[in-house]
Write a protein that binds this ligand. Structure first.
Ligand code: BG6
Length: 512
């Protein structure tokens, strides 16, 4: 990983599924943001590939609108025009091998015209069933290798639906591309605040000495969304929160929180360390699942006076669906650093607010001197790493209430990214696309890590599939999920943190 930002080599980025949602909402606006910062190579082009018949001009116009509609940075007409001039389009049926000739031809002429030195990235923003088809046909036309340039492949999750299909996918991809050419996106790793977990831990002398089982009582990771499944019911109903959020985003954050310091900050060293965390996850026995993994599904309720549908009434969702929209898990990492420290993670849709955060709960002092404290939880210092929104860091510690006696109260010390002057926080896709052009895969997930995580998740999937008696709890939309998720956390009055949108507003009921 390079600490200085540099401009990548000349490149052509081929986006399969270019007329889809991801391209217009995320990828094209992210590339435009890179252009604004002068971080795209001077010799650069995008080839959008899709089934829809579009001319270059039509594609450019669509992407122009996409930047206007979804871009979050300043929109200069002139700059947008000069950026979209670098966009081209090839219409082809990706499931038909012979049609790739058109792409090969377009790549050859653009490469010659623009002098992009044969560096090509193929971005598969397509349904997962094409993840093995496209690489195979690219390889059939010799596009997966180049004697003078680099060839890379970016794929989006899901990387399989379970352990076996993940292994098959890796095996298939490796027939056509080498592991070092494959960039698996987990967009959480592209988030500035997720990367800051590493900086908080490894560039401060004060946290890391305490970052272990001697001083940490438990670790909590929450990723809550207030929205439901919106128009993605069809996809979500075949996925569920375990596959959609836990196996990837939440566990990747656990990897960064729990890893050992890498020997250096390069992609192999960093990813070797997160892999070791995943290798140390204590495997679940089937009989442990009901006690340690809670699943829920939202049911109809009223949020701020408005009726909200149950999950089963969302578009594209089966009427009798048993797909989970909430998961909470308690697990252990059996290694020297974390032996005996419980990790609690949860994620869900239609929760009270949109928030992602990591909370380190430190152990209480060995001996309490100052009268009574309200709960065991109160006596623990907490360090909250807020991923989104109101990005920042919060440390909760005890102080003397001014006045007579020695009454103790918890107070907040907080830092908000928003307070930084001129701090531009890039979008996740910006960072990830730039890193791929620079050939830096540190923030991409490696095949072995993906498989390890599926291994951890597999017994949960099996238990749910095999045992219909494992409850799927209903929770009213707009609440923090099933009550039984609270029972996962042991200890006198210990609970999850119930965060609000604003980092430091806590201990109140927010946005219910
Ligand atoms: C995606 C999931 O990977 O992440 C979605 O498929 C989810 O279901 C999204 O809404 C959350 O991402 P973010 O960046 O909004 O927290």
């Amino acid at each position: 990983m390079k600490d200085k930002i540099e401009k990548p080599e000349p490149h052509i980025l081929v986006i399969f599924g270019a007329s889809g949602d991801l391209a217009k909402r995320k990828l094209i606006p992210a590339l435009y943001n890179l252009a604004l910062q002068n971080l795209l190579p001077d010799e650069f082009a995008v080839i959008g590939v899709g089934r829809t018949d579009l001319s270059d001009d039509e594609f450019q116009e669509k992407m122009h609108n996409a930047i206007n509609n979804f871009g979050k940075r300043e929109k200069h007409e002139e700059k947008i025009n000069s950026f979209v001039n670098k966009l081209f389009y090839v219409s082809l049926d990706t499931s038909n091998a012979s049609e790739y000739k058109k792409l090969a031809e377009r790549l050859r002429t653009l490469d010659e015209q623009l002098q992009t030195r044969s560096n090509v990235i193929f971005y598969l923003s397509t349904p997962p069933m094409l993840y093995t088809v496209i690489p195979k046909y690219l390889s059939g036309h010799g596009l997966n290798k180049s004697s003078n340039g680099s060839r890379r492949l970016i794929i989006e999750k899901p990387f399989g639906y379970g352990l076996q299909s993940a292994r098959e996918l890796n095996r298939d991809l490796l027939q056509y591309f080498d592991e070092h050419q494959i960039y698996r996106i987990d967009h959480y790793l592209g988030k500035e605040t997720v990367q800051n977990v590493l900086v908080t831990r490894f560039s401060n002398g004060i946290f890391e000495p305490l970052w272990n089982s001697k001083y940490v009582n438990r670790v909590e990771v929450t990723s809550a969304e207030s929205i439901g499944v919106e128009d993605r019911g069809g996809y979500f109903d075949t996925s569920g929160t375990l596959r959609d959020m836990i196996q990837n985003h939440l566990m990747q954050m656990v990897g960064l929180v729990a890893m050992e310091p890498p020997s250096s900050f390069d992609s192999n060293s960093v990813r070797n360390e997160t892999l070791k965390v995943f290798q140390s996850l204590r495997p679940f026995e089937l009989m442990d699942i009901p006690k340690n993994v809670i699943r829920g599904q939202y049911v109809e309720s009223q949020i701020r006076g408005e009726k909200v549908n149950s999950y089963r009434h969302e578009k594209g969702v089966a009427e009798n669906s048993r797909t989970e929209t909430f998961v909470a898990i308690k697990f252990f990492i059996d290694n020297w650093r974390w032996g005996g420290v419980p990790f609690y993670i949860r994620s869900g849709k239609r929760l009270p607010t949109r928030v992602t955060e990591i909370v380190i709960h430190f152990k209480k002092t060995p001996h309490w001197l100052f009268g009574h404290y309200q709960s065991e939880g109160e006596a623990c210092n907490q360090l909250v790493l807020r991923i989104q929104p109101d990005e920042g860091i919060l440390l909760k510690f005890a102080m003397k209430v001014p006045g007579q006696g020695f009454n103790v109260q918890n107070v907040n010390m907080n830092f908000h990214y928003a307070d930084l002057q001129n701090a531009y926080v890039p979008e996740a896709y910006e960072r990830l696309l730039l890193d791929c052009m620079l050939g830096d895969s540190t923030l991409y997930t490696r095949g072995d890590a993906v498989e390890k995580l599926w291994e951890f998740i597999a017994p949960i999937q099996k238990a749910w599939d095999d045992d219909p008696l494992i409850p799927l709890y209903g929770y009213p939309a707009g609440t923090w999920g099933p009550e039984s998720a609270d029972d996962l956390i042991e200890g006198m009055n210990m609970t999850w943190r119930y965060p609000c949108k604003n980092l430091a507003d806590d201990g109140q009921y927010c946005e219910l």
